[in-house]
Design a protein around this ligand. Sequence first.
Ligand code: DGJ
Length: 720
Amino acid sequence: MSTPLVIVRGAGSALVLTQDEGGALPHVVHWGTDLPDAVLGDLAHLTGAPVPHNQPDAPWHVSVLPTSGQGWLGTPALEVHRAGGRTAPRWVATLEGGDHDATVRATASDIGLDVVVRYRLDEHGVLTVETELTNTAAEGEPVDVGALRAVLPLPTRADEVLDLTGRWCRERAPQRRPLTDGTWVRTGRRGRTGHDATLLMAAGTTGFGFRSGEVWATHVAWSGNHEHLVERLPEGAGAHAAVLGGGEALTPGEVRLAPGETYRAPSVVFVHSTEGLDGITRALVRHQRAQPGYRTTARPLVLNTWEAVYFQTDLDHLRRLADTAAAIGVERFVLDDGWFGSRRDDHRGLGDWVVSHEVWPDGLSPLVDHVKGLGMEFGLWFEPEMVNLDSDLVRANPHWVLGPVAGAPLPSRHQHVLDLANPDAFAHVLEAMSSLVAEFGIDFIKWDHNRDLHEVVRTDGSGTDRPAVHAQTSATYRLVDELRRRHPGLEIESCSSGGARVDLGVLERTDRVWTSDCNDALERVAIQRWTGLLVPPERMGTHIGPPTAHTTHRHLDLSLRMLVALGGHAGLEWDITTCSADELDALRAWSALYRELRPLLHGGDAVRSDHPDPALVVGGVVAPDRSAAVFSVVQAVSGRGVAPGVVPLRGLDAGRRYRVRVRSEAGLPAVIQVHPPAWWDAALGDGIVVSGAALGEVGLALPVLAPAQGFLLHLEGVDA
Ligand code: DGJ
């Protein structure tokens, strides 16, 4: 016997929960495509499983908090103990909700625990699961929390797994495998999200792609240690086949709940799509765009000084850089590392957030005033959670460095971590940053974080080392939140040696991410495509780097660099005072194109092709009402055929006609052909007008591009 079903729905997806009598923990009957109410009533009956040999004597379910007590012998959702004992809670639960929300409340009075699991499925199809655990005992031993995970069941047809890995300058590389028995777990223990963090753990039907297949995906919204897992046991998962989920990766002793205390696990989001990975992205992007406080104003074209000048922050040079930037249409000038304390290289001065008198005898005002006088916003680089040991801050406060009593942990990029959970250290950084923001009217902070964390422990009042990633991550969030509260217009970019802090936890409180330190446009094609699984283009920093990429030494044409930088929040990171007149003309036209297309580029739904030859990468955005679209076509390396063939442009309105133009302001490609395809010359002029059905089902015969070349197609719906 089951109580009535609780159904939460949104954007064609549904989560259906039910509960056996006697207050058992509820379980998921169905997570997938929404179904009519009348049909849902049959589900529990239809999915009642047999009792196989050598298994528990009655059918069991993967509950909302699966552990061995209910039959699940895979990774438990909850791991707790009180001084080594009382590890097997007997829950008495309630289930309520409907529409978009459901809540499970469970009590294990025998061992003094309460759990609340909240499900919210929004109108964009994103299911957010929030779980909290409270030690309800009035006294006694604390509750040690080893894990509190959110998991959902998967059906048998989800038989492939996709996740992402990476490293510095090569973030978000996809990896796929069959979903077989065992646990595929991606644990991040870097004290930050990590270059290798998987933005999503996705399971789907055989061969699922960007545009096809049924996919179930999850993401842990947290910038500290975390894990994503998919797990299948030979006996399955109750009436389902496997589970998918994740949570914070806690170190032993990290979360110890005293009587009355509560641990709130990071939110874990889940998305289901019947339209491949693009359906997952559409839900996640629309979900983010709908959050309160999401920046909806135009994302200004950026010039960041890092690859232009590095630590050579000479005022006259920077003024000329600003002049050139303003002349080509840049709207925000960002001064990167090296403006403060003794920071003339990356060995010293980190943590001393005072303007260097050595470099800026008259302070920062001459530059800030110049930039603002040119009509641009001013942005400044900080790395608030880090210090060099060779800094005034550490000399005055050596105990603020995070690490064991036994001695400082390994240095990395010559730097150490500031113990932000120390209230004095926190207050010091907050005041230093806040007063600079106020003094110079700073519009934008590039918030960097340049190392993995090792031996992340802080010393408590008794002189004992305590695990500290959770406390450090929470303190960082508090610092961002307080700065934004004090300076409501302030925008913040999450940078971490490039893209090592990209997750929905940090994106809840920042405006964009620095996608990668690799500004090589060819590498960026893949990095941006896969970062875009989760991150809307307007939140992804995409800059034009120098002709020879600093991190790969590859020389690339300006046309490709301009094209790829249009894939996100565009900018430049190049000493453009060295540009020729032709290059500046090209950049001026490109910046005008960015401003013209910005509402579409930053407001549409992602469409990515599944072209069989990975050398050809086609992708773009289509306006939500499908009235316009932009596609970029990139020939990364030479194609495997003589010509790329006819490539469909998906996601358009089949019933409309579109004017298709090649926008030369994004750069024109070098080609290897005797004649271009029939449509090309007209598309370079007024455009060709063709139906969405023909473009989507058949497509365009592409020109034969030389390797590392590409072009931009702009489609506008025309009235019939
Ligand atoms: C790493 C960042 O990713 C770079 O863009 C730059 O800001 C440097 N840090 C500065 O040290």
